[in-house]
Design a protein around this ligand. Sequence first.
Ligand SMILES: [Zn+2]
Length: 342
Amino acid sequence: MSNSLFRQSFLIDSLYSDGALLSSEYTTDDGVLLKLHCPGVLEVIPPQLDEKTQHIVVSCAIHGKDAGPVELVNRIVSDIESGFQPVREHCLFIIAHLEALKHHTQFFDENLERLFDDKPRESSQELVIADNLKIFLKAFWKETSSENRWHFDLHSTLNPSSYHTFAISPKVRHTVRPKALVNFVELSHLDALVLANAPSSSFSWYTADCYSARSLAIALGQSSRLGQSLLDRFNAFDITLRDLCAREPNEHLPRKTKFYRVSRTIVRMNDDFDFIFSDEVENFTAFVHGEVFGHDGDKPLMAKNEGEAILFPDKYVSVGEQAALMVCPVTVRYEQDQLVYD
Ligand SMILES: [Zn+2]
């Protein structure tokens, strides 16, 4: 029996496997079983599983420029493999788009983050990945209780952000915004939590909608190349995630997050479309009520609420696609353990 699962690491072996089958299972001295299902998909099974076990999915590299989160995940997996990081919950670590990561491009044919609904689509490199991930999730969460399912989908942002780290909670019919999830956000010192107002086709929306998982898309800093990420800026998130997987009490203090609701999605309707700010505008840049920040055909784009702020602006999208999200600060409260706003 070999004394490790990876020749170099989860990341490097997955990137350069060239389809060759790697050794697929390894048990640490503490009895934690690591199962490599395919390059980029690693299941970690603790020695004891029962009805209290949490089933946690941590995914990254939905986009090829999300290198920081990939390195963070790779470091956690290395520490699990060496036995340094204890694991008492059932975990699935995913590095999704290995080819895009290798080429430092967001995607090749289509944005993978928009492919997790069930609409019929033409085949693409990204659609194959989305379909595969759906199969692994189904097996991973089979016969588990929905309150014990978590999903953290880790990203970077292309634009700089007023908030270095933030999370987006998808909008679904199920109760997926419990206080425990907000506690996780605040222990992770994420600067903002954005509450989506409509279904989407993102990976975190899919897991919340199909599996009632406590799902978040989490942006950790700006995009970078492998080896050039500033991981120490995400220490609180790193520690909180490790504590969750290890079922260990948190020894650091939480920090209050700022809550936003999505007020609307700006969809490009015309070829003649532009924002008046530069392409490098910061996410969460806020406008005063009535301020014009662009146009779509004859129609001015203007802030409809005081303090309405822009998220993920991209004026180069095709007609019919999302060019930005608009968000507003919001006061929240809890109703039957679920986060709500009025
Ligand atoms: Zn991303």
